[in-house]
Design a protein around this ligand. Structure first.
Ligand SMILES: [Zn+2]
Length: 343
């Protein structure tokens, strides 16, 4: 079954001399187009109403993004990491919309991938940061609950950075399981293993900070021993993938050593969990990934995986790494996380 790719050309209006630039999506689409066996359906993003975004962000945040974007022509830099230009507000709105569109397609039984930017997982309810303005995957999760009556959503974040925004938005919500594997230490500095949620949400946040240079074996072990058992215990109604590919060894901003094959191994484990636990309901929302060739190869591979096509050769290869690099954090989480420790 072809994967539905949600895209818009309007993302190009949010671009700058910056690692997070419009060429990222172009490279992904070129890689998919170059593979005649990878049949994917391209659908233009359908804009959602502001109320959909306001399930996560107060209206004041949206007003602020609009105003900052409108005033941005002379001062594109919002903070040390994040730029804002006149096209940002529209691009960000469409990025959040694309994530919701992917949920719609998922609920109709289609594999779906929102190829969107700017990314979202660093945006908190009230703060734009880390290249992000609206938290696309969080908005998609609330959309799945509000529109389709799903109750329990798992968000699995494979970006090399901790999705502090997603973590913060759902920290007290027992119905949204946020799982993040991320390089440690790395921007934005949050996502310690002890960060497991607050109040009623204790246990519904699972952070897996992996030591720098962690590679394929360490990641796969973390997903086998921690992520999959946590999903099995939580039993989600759907799984949303925060699909960042900056844990690849070639990424200029990351500090890990995943290969394309390693990425696809952990994505296959998530797919298997979705098939086993929630009728195959899973979809992907693009986050980071700043090595253009690694981003294109990983995304192409994930689209093939979603479409039930066999894997192609990882032309970028792998880097040697210590297979036991993640042992300590895995053991700690298995013994201490409420979703993992023996009942
Ligand atoms: Zn990232």
């Amino acid at each position: 079954m072809p994967t539905i790719l949600f895209t818009t050309t309007q993302h190009t209006e949010h671009s700058h001399h910056h690692p997070e630039h419009a060429g990222r999506i172009d490279a992904i689409l070129s890689a998919i187009a170059a593979d005649p066996t990878c049949v994917a359906t391209h659908v233009d993003i359908h804009s959602v109403p502001p109320a959909t975004i306001e399930r996560v962000h107060p209206a004041s945040h949206r007003t602020w993004v609009l105003a900052q974007s409108a005033a941005a022509s002379t001062a594109p830099q919002l903070d040390g990491d994040t730029y804002i230009v006149p096209g940002t507000a529209t691009a960000a709105h469409l990025a959040a919309s694309g994530a919701c569109n992917a949920v719609d397609a998922m609920m109709q039984g289609n594999p779906s991938f929102a190829l969107i930017r700017p990314p979202g997982h660093h945006a908190t309810a009230t703060t734009a940061m880390g290249f992000c303005f609206y938290n696309n995957v969080a908005i998609a999760a609330r959309h799945a609950q509000a529109t389709y009556g799903l109750r329990r959503i798992a968000i699995v974040d494979i970006d090399v950075h901790h999705g502090n925004g997603t973590d913060d938005i759902f920290a007290a919500d027992p119905d949204i399981l946020y799982i993040s594997s991320h390089g440690w230490p790395l921007y934005p500095g949050s996502g310690a293993r002890e960060q497991m949620g607050i109040d009623a949400g204790v246990g519904s946040t699972l952070n897996i900070p992996l030591p720098a240079q962690s590679g394929d074996q360490a990641f796969v072990q973390a997903y086998r021993d921690v992520v999959v058992p946590a999903l099995d215990r939580f039993v989600p109604d759907a799984i949303l993938l925060s699909a960042g590919f900056d844990a690849h060894w070639d990424d200029p901003l990351g500090n890990c050593r995943l290969s394309v094959d390693g990425y696809l191994d952990i994505c296959a484990l998530i797919k298997d969990a979705a098939v086993r636990l929630c009728h195959g309901r899973w979809c992907a929302v693009l986050e980071g990934g700043y090595s253009i060739r690694a981003l294109a190869a990983c995304t192409h591979g994930l689209v093939r995986l979603m479409s039930n096509l066999p894997r192609t050769t990882d032309l970028l290869g792998s880097k040697p790494s210590d297979p036991h690099r993640a042992d300590a954090v895995i053991q700690w989480l298995v013994q201490n996380h409420p979703l993992l420790r023996p009942a």
